[in-house]
Design a binder for this molecule. Structure first.
Ligand code: IVH
Length: 683
């Protein structure tokens, strides 16, 4: 026997694990904690300290993993042991009936089915070896998924170790990770608070808020910091036993067994023998929908008998023994209190509806987006109207109908303003577009702030000392009215502002000074010309070499450049034709910004893979995905995500997708391993 096996510290670690687990169970599952949070933290801290001291004794199912702390640098793509399929969808009783007719025909009898709520989350595959959770993979492309084990271990109700002893040596289960509605609301409330403090307008805030619990669950699973995942309050339901060993004869019994081992299985499960019983259960679930603590988007039917399931089999995409019956989006009627008109950073005027608060899909809705003036006209929306709101994929619900019969008698049509609510300038509308814009991009405050913020952004001039709040302050207190004014700032004036010290002022001045070295392509992007994004700016800078040459280019000259179309060309022509812009550009030039490209700095991409299209798949031991793609590009190739007839070469890392490999093989495309690639091209 090893001497350390009877170390008192090891005993203490074992004891702490058991004790903490018991407290976790009482807290999370039984809702009856025995000790305070502080007392709990003391136990956990002690275990964490001991584990740091003796990592060799740390248990694979230690409760410390629930609080996270581990980092995943990049999520490894790993193959699924069994393909992760999707479900066939139906939206009405006719389709549902067809499912029964189909299965009855194939089996010779009407099968019993199990009805389950369809949880609106992210599919997950969990693998247990000897009862210990060893792997959690996302669905990915169904054949291979991302390894999110560390993050999934922080989810309290996912068992790290199964209860009992009668589990198979290897067990794979499938389920759904979701974010409960209250956790989602909490997360958004704290984000909103943070954005308010940053000084963002309601419209800007709503753009940045998390859209819905499902996307947020999916994003959370991919966070690199597992401690942050732990704080997000994700939860899970397990609804399928995927491995073969030890399975029972029916899906129902499988779920019972999974529950006995400690898995959270969905509520509202019901066996049904006829279409009528199925429809009745669908109704029950739909009625409960808004009061459930998690989002659902339908009901799933699964043939109960596993022999029958086997007989029905699978199509390439989904099991023939299951089907999803999807519910309509949730709707509610409420009064439209007022229509507010906001100005975005691009000058786009967006109307927003203020609503009488109404409960919709479990959250209180007070605002809805109204796309544009045409939409208001089409639905003849007027303050006081009773409108139907609907939740789509977005957090901001949409108005989808107007109940004219309950309109107050004195109401008048809504008059869309013809002046900008921020600066009073005329509004203009581009032919063929429904959106109206403020015609004054120069001094209209939200537009100017948008321009300035874009200008200092990381991918533009990268002046980190200047953030939105500071820029807003400069606009209000120092009369900054255009980008060039930033380069005229007087440090003494800035220092006189509240909250600024020598150090912060010098950082700002230094940032501005350094920005004069930023290359021309980024300056061009920073100017914020409509339709000129990062890539277009780069292309234009390389092609024309200087701002003067670009400004003189005709529409014909412009559209001859690869990837430059008529829209971009037009936008550039009108930008350079504007006398105010010309004056501004002159000032920026005088300030010392780079208005031409140092041609010697351009790297010409020519190399052994010149002109080839290369697909990189799987993971590599020497490089991250980004690195190997960059490498391939440096060798002159274009990298692409999918194998096709134009592919010249496939670089196959560890665990490359079998489907991709098969396709490459069938097209006769050469496949190189990491080692072969290294030897051939990097030696
Ligand atoms: S069964 C072979 N049951 O819906 C097993 N899926 O649209 C296939 N989903 O990919 C899945 N609730 O992510 C099943 N009770 C439930 C479900 C469910 C939600 C998800 C799952 C699936 C998607 C298909």
């Amino acid at each position: 026997m090893n001497l350390f096996d009877c170390s008192p510290e090891r005993d203490e670690m074992e004891r702490l694990c058991a004790e903490i687990e018991a407290h976790n169970r009482r807290y999370y599952l039984e809702d009856a904690p025995l000790i305070s949070d502080q007392e709990f933290d003391v136990l956990l801290k002690r275990l964490q300290d001991l584990e740091a001291l003796h990592p060799e004794w740390k248990r694979a199912d230690s409760p410390t993993q629930r609080v996270g702390g581990g980092l995943t640098e990049r999520f490894q793509t790993l193959p699924h042991k069994r393909p992760m399929l999707s479900l066939d969808n139906t939206y009405d009783e006719v389709d549902l009936n067809a499912f029964f007719v189909r299965t009855e025909k194939a089996l010779g009898l009407l099968p019993q089915v199990v009805c389950e709520p369809k949880i609106d989350g992210v599919a997950i595959s969990l693998v247990y070896q000897n009862g210990i959770l060893v792997q959690a993979l996302t669905r990915g492309n169904g054949t291979e998924g991302d390894d999110v084990t560390l993050n999934v271990k922080t989810i309290q109700r996912v068992p790290l170790r199964l209860s009992g002893t009668d589990f198979p040596h290897e067990l794979e289960v499938r389920g759904e990770i979701y974010m409960p509605k209250d956790a989602f609301e909490r997360l958004n409330q704290s984000l909103e608070q943070h954005l308010i403090e940053k000084g963002l307008s309601a419209e800007e805030r709503s753009e940045q808020l998390y859209k819905n619990p499902r996307n947020t669950a999916s994003g959370s699973l991919k966070l690199q910091d597992s401690a942050e995942v732990a704080r997000r309050g994700l939860d899970a339901f397990i609804y399928y036993w995927a491995s073969e060993q030890g399975r029972k004869n029916s899906h129902w019994e499988n779920l019972e067994q999974l529950e006995a081992w400690g898995f959270p299985i969905p509520p509202l499960l019901k066996k049904a023998n006829t279409l009528e019983e199925v429809l009745a259960q669908a109704k029950t679930i739909e009625q409960r929908r808004s009061s459930l603590p998690f989002d659902i988007d339908g009901m799933v039917l699964k043939v109960n008998d596993l022999n029958q399931q086997q007989e029905l089999g699978f199509t390439a995409k989904s099991p023939r023994w299951a089907i999803a019956f999807k519910f309509e989006a949730e709707q509610a009627f409420t009064r439209l209190l007022s229509i507010e008109v906001q100005v975005g950073r691009t000058g786009a005027i967006t109307p927003v509806a203020n609503l009488s608060p109404v409960l919709l899909a479990g959250t209180t809705v007070k605002r809805a987006s109204i796309h544009n003036a045409d939409f208001i006209r089409e639905l003849d929306l007027r303050p006081g109207d009773l409108v139907r709101v609907e939740k789509g994929g977005d957090i901001i619900p949409k108005i989808t109908a107007n109940d004219y019969s309950s309109r107050p008698s004195h109401s008048l049509p809504f008059l869309f303003p013809d002046q900008c609510p921020e600066c009073g300038s005329e509004l203009r509308q581009n032919p063929g577009e429904a959106i109206r814009y403020c015609s004054n991009p120069f001094t209209c405050p939200p537009q100017l702030l948008g321009k300035l913020t874009h200008f200092v952004g990381r991918k533009a001039m990268d002046i980190q000392a200047l953030g939105e709040k500071t820029l807003d302050l400069f606009m209000n207190e120092l009369g900054v009215r255009r980008i060039s004014d930033l380069y005229q700032l007087n440090p003494t004036d800035v220092l006189a502002l509240e909250g600024f010290q020598e150090k912060s002022v010098s950082n700002i001045m230094q940032g501005l000074e350094q920005s004069k070295q930023v290359s021309f392509d980024r300056v061009l992007f920073a100017l914020g010309i409509r339709h000129v994004g990062e890539t277009v700016a780069k292309t234009l800078a390389r092609h024309f070499g200087s701002l003067d040459a670009l400004a003189q280019a005709s529409e014909m000259d412009l559209i001859q450049v690869e990837e430059i179309g008529a829209v971009i060309a037009q936008s550039l022509i009108s930008f350079f034709a504007d006398p105010l812009q010309q004056e501004e550009l002159q000032k920026l030039k005088e300030a010392g910004l780079q208005f031409s490209l140092d041609l010697s700095s351009i790297k010409v991409h020519k190399g052994p893979l010149s002109g080839m299209q290369v697909v990189v798949s799987g993971s590599f031991s020497r490089w991250s995905r980004e690195e190997i793609i960059r490498l391939v590009e440096e060798l002159g190739a274009k990298s692409s995500g999918s194998v096709g007839p134009k592919t010249n070469l496939v670089l196959a890392g560890e665990a490359m997708g079998p489907a991709k490999r098969a396709k490459a093989e069938s097209l006769g495309i050469p496949i190189l391993s990491e080692q072969e690639f290294t030897e051939k091209y990097l030696a």
